[in-house]
Unconditional design. Structure first.
Length: 641
C-alpha cells in the first residue's frame, strides 16, 4: 500500500530548518511543485536564506522555539492553493505570503488575508486560535505597515512578528506539526457544485463544522417529517426558508440523496419500486450548470437534477401519469410562476390555467400512499416576470387541492402568517429557517448590509458594518476602471486555478455596452452557463468566467456562486438625491404582467451583490448619472482600487 501523497514541500522544526542547506530545501520544494516556473525557483532561492536567519534569531531568544515548526508550500487539502510559509509558533500560526517586489498591491494583501481567514474557518488546529497573516515583499526592509489584519514587512522583520505572537501565547501548548498536517484537519466549505458532486458520487457530504451546525437541524426536521409521512400514509408541504447562501439548496440536495429514502418507497402496481425523490429547480442556469457537471453520468445529467418547466410539461399534459417519486424538492419555491405566466410558458395546454404550486400539489396528489413536497424559499430574490405571487400561491394550491384534508403544512415562524386562518393544519418548526449565510465564510451579515444599501440607508450609518465585513474576510472593492477591476481579480487568484470569478451585470442596463460589457437578456440566453461556471481557463475553446469576456446577468447568477464577482453597476439603478431610481432602466416587454418593476430591480442587484464568496468588486462606470452612486459607495468606506 503506497504512502499518501505529502501536501507540503518542506516541513520541520525550527532547528532543522535553520541549519539545513538552502539548496536542499529548494530542491525539496522543486520536487513537490513540479511545474514551478523559473521565477518561482528564483523566489525560493532569494527568500529561504533570509527566513533561515530570522528563525535562527528566534531560536536564540525564545526557549520554546525548538518546538516551533516551519512548513513551506503547504497545499490546502481539497484545494490547489499553497501558502508560501506557515510557522507554528506557540499556540498560534503565522501564515506568510512572499512577493518578489518592494511595494505590494491590494490583491497581494487580500490574498494573504484570505489564507488566514480560511485557516481560521476550516482548519481544526486553527479553530479559535490566533492566525496572523503576513505579507513579505522580499525587496523591502523593516516593518512597513498594517493593512487590516495583514502585517506588511520585509524579510528582516519576520523574527519580530514571531516574537510578538509567541509572547501572546496563552499556554505552553505548541501546535503539533503532525496534527496540523493531518489530511482531515482542513475541511473547507464546498461550493454548491462541489457539494453536488460529492453527493452524486457518494451520497454523503463532508462534515464541515459551520455548515453542519447551520443546516443539520433543518435536515433532521425534514427527515422526521418524511418518516412520519411514510408511516402514517399522509401528505405534507414543507417550507424551508433562509437568507441567500444559508444552505437551503444543500438541505434539498442532502434530502433527495438520503439513503433512508430507499427503505420508504412503496411498490407500484407493476411491481417496480418507485424513485424515492427528485430535485427540481425553476432556475434554468442552476439546472444547466449541474447537468453540465454530471453530463458523463448519462442522461445529460438529468438523473441528478431536473427543470421545473420540463416536469410541469410532462405531468400537466398527461393527467393519468403518476410521478414515480415520493419526495419532490422545489428549489426557489417563492419564485414559482403564477397561472398567467405558466399559461404563457405552456401554450396550448388544455384545462384551466394553474400556477406552478397548484400543478405540483396536484401532481403530488396522484402519488399513492404518501408524499412530501419541500419548498426551498429565499428572501428578496424574485427577479423574473411572473414570480411576484410569492408564498400566497402555495396556500391557494393546498386549499384548492382535491384531497385538501390529507395535507399538513410545516413552516418556520417567518412564513407561518401566510397560512393563518387556513383550514389546512399548520405546524411551526423554528429549525426550518436558516438565518446564517454560509456562502461568504464568516461574513454572516453580508445580506443585512446589502439590504440596507439597497434601502439607501445613509452612508455614515453603514461604515461600521463595512469595516466588520472587511475584518471577517469579505472584501468590497470599488473602481471606475474596468481594466483595474479585472487586473485585481487576475492577480488575487493567480495562485488558485480552481477559483471562479467573472463579470456580472443587471439585464436592464442600457449603458454598459459602451464599456465593453454586453449584458442584455438575449445575450444572457446565448451565454452557455455550464462552461461559463465549469470550464478551466486554459481548456480548449474555453468559455470560462475567468476569462472575463462574457457577462452573466442576475438570471444566470441566481442560486449559483463565484469566489469573487466583478459587478458592473448599471444605469438602471442609480442613486438620485439619496434615493434609488430605475428611471433609466430598459422596459419590460410584458409590462402588464409586472407588478413592481422597481422591486424587481432591487432584487436583481440583491442577487448580484451576494454572488461572491470572497469578494465583490464594483465597477461604477465614469458617467455623470452614476456619480452620486459612486460617492455613496466611497462614503460607506468601500476600499478603492
Amino acid at each position: 500500500m503506497s504512502e499518501p501523497r505529502a501536501r507540503y514541500g518542506w516541513q520541520s522544526g525550527f532547528p532543522e530548518f535553520q541549519s539545513s542547506d538552502p539548496r536542499a530545501i529548494r530542491e525539496r520544494l522543486q520536487s513537490f511543485v513540479r511545474d514551478a516556473s523559473p521565477e518561482q525557483v528564483r523566489a525560493w532561492s532569494d527568500s529561504i536564506p533570509p527566513l533561515q536567519r530570522e528563525v535562527g534569531e528566534v531560536l536564540l531568544r525564545d526557549r520554546l522555539a525548538d518546538r516551533y515548526s516551519a512548513i513551506l508550500e503547504y497545499e490546502l487539502p481539497m484545494e490547489s492553493r499553497r501558502p508560501d510559509v506557515v510557522l507554528l509558533v506557540g499556540d498560534g500560526v503565522l501564515v506568510i505570503e512572499l512577493k518578489g517586489k518592494e511595494v505590494p498591491s491590494q490583491a497581494d494583501i487580500d490574498q494573504a488575508a484570505a489564507y488566514a481567514r480560511d485557516l481560521r474557518c476550516y482548519h481544526r488546529e486553527c479553530w479559535q486560535k490566533e492566525v496572523v497573516p503576513v505579507l513579505v515583499p522580499t525587496l523591502a526592509k523593516g516593518y512597513l505597515r498594517r493593512s487590516g489584519d495583514v502585517h506588511i514587512a520585509g524579510p528582516d522583520a519576520v523574527d519580530t512578528l514571531v516574537d510578538q505572537l509567541s509572547a501572546r501565547a496563552t499556554s505552553c501548548h505548541v501546535i503539533s506539526r503532525e496534527q496540523f498536517l493531518d489530511e482531515s484537519a482542513y475541511c473547507p466549505l464546498p461550493t454548491l457544485i462541489q457539494a453536488a458532486r460529492e453527493l452524486f458520487d457518494s451520497r454523503e457530504l463532508r462534515r464541515i463544522h459551520r455548515a453542519h451546525a447551520a443546516t443539520a437541524p433543518a435536515v433532521e426536521s425534514v427527515s422526521e417529517i418524511i418518516h412520519h409521512a411514510a408511516s402514517s400514509r399522509s401528505r405534507h408541504l414543507v417550507l424551508v426558508t433562509g437568507v441567500p447562501g444559508a444552505g437551503k439548496t444543500l438541505v434539498g440536495l442532502q434530502t433527495v440523496h438520503a439513503r433512508f429514502l430507499d427503505d420508504l418507497v412503496v411498490p407500484r402496481a407493476n411491481g417496480r419500486a418507485s424513485v424515492p425523490a427528485v430535485f427540481l429547480s425553476g432556475n434554468g442556469p442552476l439546472v444547466e450548470v449541474l447537468q453540465y457537471e454530471f453530463r458523463s453520468s448519462g442522461g445529460g445529467g438529468k438523473t441528478f437534477v431536473r427543470g421545473v418547466k420540463d416536469y410541469v410539461k410532462t405531468y400537466s399534459r398527461k393527467p393519468g401519469l403518476v410521478p414515480p417519486e415520493h419526495v419532490l424538492v422545489f428549489d426557489e419555491a417563492q419564485r414559482a410562476f403564477d397561472a398567467e405566466m405558466v399559461a404563457a410558458k405552456h401554450p396550448g395546454h388544455d384545462g384551466p390555467a394553474r400556477s406552478e404550486p397548484e400543478h405540483f400539489i396536484e401532481f403530488a396528489g396522484r402519488i399513492p400512499d404518501w408524499c412530501v413536497v419541500i419548498g426551498l424559499i429565499g428572501t428578496g430574490q424574485e427577479i423574473h416576470v411572473g414570480e411576484e405571487g410569492g408564498l400566497e400561491q402555495w396556500r391557494q394550491a393546498i386549499e384548492g387541492a382535491r384531497k385538501c384534508g390529507e395535507w399538513m403544512v410545516h413552516a418556520p415562524l417567518a412564513v407561518a402568517g401566510t397560512f393563518e386562518g387556513s383550514p389546512v393544519p399548520l405546524r411551526v418548526h423554528p429549525s426550518l429557517n436558516l438565518d446564517t449565510s454560509l456562502r461568504q465564510h464568516q461574513a454572516t451579515d453580508l445580506h443585512a448590509f446589502v439590504r440596507q444599501m439597497l434601502d439607501a440607508v445613509p452612508a455614515v450609518s453603514l461604515r461600521q458594518q463595512a469595516q466588520t465585513l472587511e475584518q471577517v474576510g469579505f472584501n468590497f472593492r470599488i473602481t471606475r476602471s474596468l481594466d483595474d477591476a479585472k487586473s485585481y481579480l487576475r492577480e488575487r487568484y493567480s495562485d488558485n486555478r480552481d477559483a471562479r470569478f467573472g463579470v456580472l451585470a443587471s439585464s436592464r442596463d442600457k449603458g454598459l455596452a459602451a464599456f465593453g460589457v454586453t449584458n442584455d437578456f438575449q445575450s444572457t440566453k446565448r451565454v452557455r452557463v455550464g462552461p461559463w461556471y465549469g470550464d478551466a481557463e486554459d481548456a480548449y475553446d474555453s468559455r470560462s468566467c475567468r476569462l472575463m469576456r462574457e457577462c452573466a446577468t442576475e438570471f444566470a447568477a441566481q442560486g449559483l456562486e463565484l469566489d469573487a464577482a466583478l459587478l458592473a453597476w448599471g444605469t438602471d439603478l442609480t442613486l438620485d438625491d439619496g434615493k434609488w431610481s430605475n428611471a433609466r432602466a430598459s422596459k419590460y416587454q410584458r409590462i402588464g404582467m409586472v407588478k413592481d418593476p422597481m422591486q424587481l430591480r432591487l432584487n436583481a442587484y440583491r442577487v448580484l451583490l451576494t454572488r461572491g464568496r470572497d469578494a465583490c468588486v464594483l465597477f461604477v462606470p465614469p458617467v455623470d448619472c452614476l456619480d452620486e452612486t459612486w460617492r455613496y459607495f466611497a462614503d460607506i468606506g468601500l476600499l478603492r482600487l
